[in-house]
Design a binder for this molecule. Structure first.
Ligand SMILES: [Cu+2]
Length: 437
């Protein structure tokens, strides 16, 4: 290190700057609604719609600018030294090789220490708000169970009683009794005289149980647990089949706007990672463990609304979001269609009897042209945010995607969403859970 002349007050000046910076960092989230982001939208974080996300973004931005300023400063000094002390013919002045400088070393140790301690306390506050959210003991929170498997997401809703019950419990070849079927009977129809798989040769027992799981219970739902049944009164077949496997697999996650939400996570096979970029929510999904995440949408989170075809084009092409079509009896130019008596009907846009777009499906660019040709001007819809797996869980990991849609109270009263959660206002009054910011 070459230093010719050092101002005596340098460490004190630097310590003062660091102190001011640290105080500014700690107080910044309390004062500023949002940090000014000088970098263009496409280069920056995507929009946050979770109440705990704003303080998270602020700490990210602060660390980004702190490290950027220090990086540029260090590089500038480095270049300045290179030029100032370059080799020149006839130069008589020599560099001084120092063997230590207590003040300077104190300065470059203490300043980062102060900054890092400030960041520790700030980070802990933001982390606690996210991971140990006040929503976690809010009795009015609605629950959702998401089960990952190679390579898709299964979504289970609690129904009006807000109960999920036991899942991911799989029978073993050593069990003395056959597992229970959805109708409450036991799985013994292939071996009526055998009390359970343990009484069969192991290979045969495995095959029988594999058959049971594939045909009756891929998610290991415990049919003896009354909490897994959303319709214990047996009043509504639609409600009773809410979480049948055909419906849960690949289903869209719907969350009610503004209500506190608990997302429980489980895995059927390997470790996955549940990541909602627009909701600053991310947690590994580990087999054998029930993960829990909490979120509440911000007030400015867009809910369902009517989109013109041009707006839809922009959202799909420029913002890269899918849009869920929300079509019902009140939608202009929509008609009701029921292909046959055994299947449920649905609302749709059509031309000459052909379906162009049906309710509860994703709007694509190709559909927009057809809608225009059919004279449709506006489509009610809701933005479908991405759910991605952020773990290298296998060869199909990159395509393991789900969608999350935020619906307002009016749409939560429509079929099929009305079956998903207790209606708003019926939940026990909870304390108001808000992210501190
Ligand atoms: Cu995965």
């Amino acid at each position: 290190l070459v230093i010719r002349k050092r101002p005596k007050s340098l460490p004190f000046t630097l310590a003062l700057v660091a102190g001011v910076l640290a105080v500014a960092l700690i107080n910044a989230p309390a004062r500023a609604a949002a940090f000014p982001l000088a970098i263009g939208h496409d280069w920056w974080l995507n929009t946050n719609y979770a109440s705990h996300g704003r303080p998270m973004d602020q700490i990210f931005v602060a660390i980004f600018w702190l490290t950027t300023v220090i990086f540029i400063g260090v590089q500038a000094v480095l270049v300045w030294f290179l030029i100032k002390y370059r080799h020149r013919e006839g130069r008589t002045e020599k560099g001084v090789y120092t063997h230590g400088n207590a003040r300077l070393e104190m300065a470059w140790t203490l300043i980062p220490t102060v900054i890092l301690i400030a960041l520790v306390f700030w980070t802990k506050r933001v982390w606690d708000d996210y991971r140990y959210s006040p929503i976690s003991d809010d009795p009015s929170r609605v629950k959702i169970l998401v089960i990952g498997e190679q390579f898709k997401w299964n979504v289970i809703y609690p129904g009006p009683r807000n109960k999920i019950g036991r899942y991911l419990l799989y029978p073993k070849p050593t069990d003395l009794k056959w597992p229970t079927l959805p109708d409450g009977k036991s799985f013994d129809y292939e071996f009526p005289n055998v009390p359970g798989p343990a009484y069969l040769p192991e290979e045969q027992a495995r095959q029988a149980l594999d058959k049971f799981l594939a045909a009756n219970n891929p998610l290991g739902r415990d049919f003896t647990d009354p909490d897994t049944n959303p319709d214990p009164a047996g009043t509504d077949p639609e409600l009773a089949s809410l979480n049948s496997y055909g419906k849960t697999v690949g289903r869209i996650i719907v969350i009610p706007k503004g209500r506190p939400v608990e997302i429980q996570l489980g895995s059927r096979d390997v470790i996955h990672d549940f990541f909602l970029p627009n909701f600053r929510t991310k947690l590994d999904v580990v087999p054998g463990m029930r993960g829990r995440l909490f979120l509440r949408t911000t007030d400015d989170c867009p809910g369902p609304r009517e989109y013109t075809l041009e707006e839809l084009r922009k959202v799909i092409q420029v913002d890269h979001f899918d849009v869920l079509a929300l079509i019902n009896k009140d939608t202009p130019k929509a008609d009701y269609y029921r292909p046959n008596r055994r299947k449920p009907g649905y609302y749709r846009f059509s031309k000459n009897g052909d379906t162009i777009l049906r309710e509860n499906s994703m709007i694509t660019l190709a559909v927009l042209n057809e809608l225009k040709a059919a004279g449709v001007e506006k489509v009610p819809g809701a933005i479908a945010y991405d759910l991605v797996c952020e773990e290298l869980c296998g060869i199909g990991h990159a395509t393991m995607q789900g969608k999350l849609v935020v619906l307002d109270e009016a749409w939560m009263k429509e079929t099929p969403y009305k079956y998903y959660f207790p209606p708003s206002g019926t939940e026990p009054a909870g304390k108001v859970a808000m992210a501190r910011n």
